[in-house]
Write a protein that binds this ligand. Structure first.
Ligand SMILES: Nc1ncnc2c1ncn2[C@@H]1O[C@H](COP(=O)(O)OP(=O)(O)O)[C@@H](O)[C@H]1O
Ligand SMILES: [Mg+2]
Length: 233
């Protein structure tokens, strides 16, 4: 059985009289430990699908499985635990708590978990050994995203989900963040999913899921993904 499976997953938003089909009968699988890129143009349904996988949104129909569990039939309490223990989330705009230091931001997340990783070790791993006492406002965009990644990893989640993690960063910094995510996947064996509109990122993935107008247009498996270090776009 695959680690992640979407079976005929649909999401319809009701906007008054109008129905918006954000995701339509999506099917795909992800294997444990893969570095996955989900790519598609703006409005394709990428965030909707990631939020459903992360337990932040519910599907209208279909089944979502993670590690043998039907996440799509979880009740509210189960979803709370799922988001807390199983999922690490990284957003485009970092979403750090501004009046907590880098270390405190990471501890905030690890304190609510069952088997958290050490906050200091996680910050060391993302290259922030010297910036732990800094507040987000004293860090660059790339450094803030590293804190956000450390915060997600410190929870020791089953899945690391990243929605346009380089969207607010310049070229070189974005590339460094992609490399960090790719290296983290390789060194920890965590399953990492990166959502992007940038088709160039597909070259560094083990698995690429192409999304168009709410549907999976194609799935590719790369036998020899490129290192993010040599990626250019
Ligand atoms: N909460 C919502 N209510 C209504 N429509 C939504 C909502 N979220 C997303 N949509 C619509 O669903 C479609 C897919 O959106 P989204 O998943 O954000 O796409 P992407 O992340 O690929 O840009 C878009 O047409 C968007 O307007
Ligand atoms: Mg989006």
């Amino acid at each position: 059985m695959a680690f992640v499976e979407f079976r005929d997953v649909s999401k319809i938003y009701q906007m008054g009289e109008v129905e918006v089909a954000a995701v339509r009968a999506m099917n795909f699988t992800i294997e444990q430990g893969e570095f996955v890129v989900i790519v598609g143009p703006s409005g394709a349904g990428k965030t909707t699908l990631l939020n459903m996988l992360g337990g932040m949104d519910r599907c209208t129909s279909g089944t979502i499985l993670l590690d043998g569990n039907a996440v799509s039939s979880y009740n509210r309490k189960q979803l709370t635990y799922y988001r807390r223990y199983d999922i690490g989330f990284v957003f485009q705009f970092y979403n750090l708590v501004q009046n907590l230091t880098a270390r405190e931001n990471v501890e905030l997340a690890s304190q609510i978990c069952k088997n958290p990783l050490d906050a200091d070790a996680t910050l060391d791993a993302v290259g922030l050994a010297d910036r732990k006492r800094n507040f987000p406002g004293q860090l660059s965009g790339g450094e803030q995203q590293r804190v956000a990644i450390a915060r997600a990893l410190a929870k020791n989640p089953k899945l690391l989900l990243c929605d346009e993690p380089t969207g607010a960063l310049d070229y070189q910094t974005g590339k460094a963040i992609l490399k960090l995510l790719q290296d983290t996947c390789a060194s920890t064996g965590k399953t990492v999913v990166v959502v992007t509109h940038n088709t160039a990122f597909t070259a560094i993935a083990n698995r690429v899921i192409h999304v168009r107008e709410g549907s999976v247009a194609a799935v590719e498996v790369n036998e020899n993904p490129l290192s993010a270090e040599v990626l250019e776009w």
